[in-house]
Ligand binder design. Structure first.
Ligand code: F3S
Length: 75
């Protein structure tokens, strides 16, 4: 399974991720992206049918702010 989280310290709110994968990403009131599934906690596996969009969004993020791992990201 894949787990994902947006690093809000480096996200510049460009909105690319939401454009590519609107089922996964949204922008908060500060204009920064978060994972809708678990409010950016990084602890809920991304549904398999969304993994391709997720990987593409991560690759296209201009600040490489989308963290992907094979384990939960609750550090
Ligand atoms: Fe932020 Fe990257 Fe998305 S800068 S808004 S996480 S594409």
């Amino acid at each position: 399974a894949l787990y994902a989280k947006v690093d809000v310290d480096t996200c510049i709110g460009c909105g690319n991720c939401e454009g590519i994968a609107p089922d996964i990403f949204d922008l908060d009131e500060e204009g920064l992206a978060y994972i809708k599934l678990d409010d950016n906690q990084g602890v809920t596996p991304i549904p398999e049918d969304q993994e391709e969009d997720l990987r593409e969004a991560a690759e296209e993020c201009p600040t490489s702010s989308i963290v992907l791992q094979g384990h939960p990201l609750n550090d």
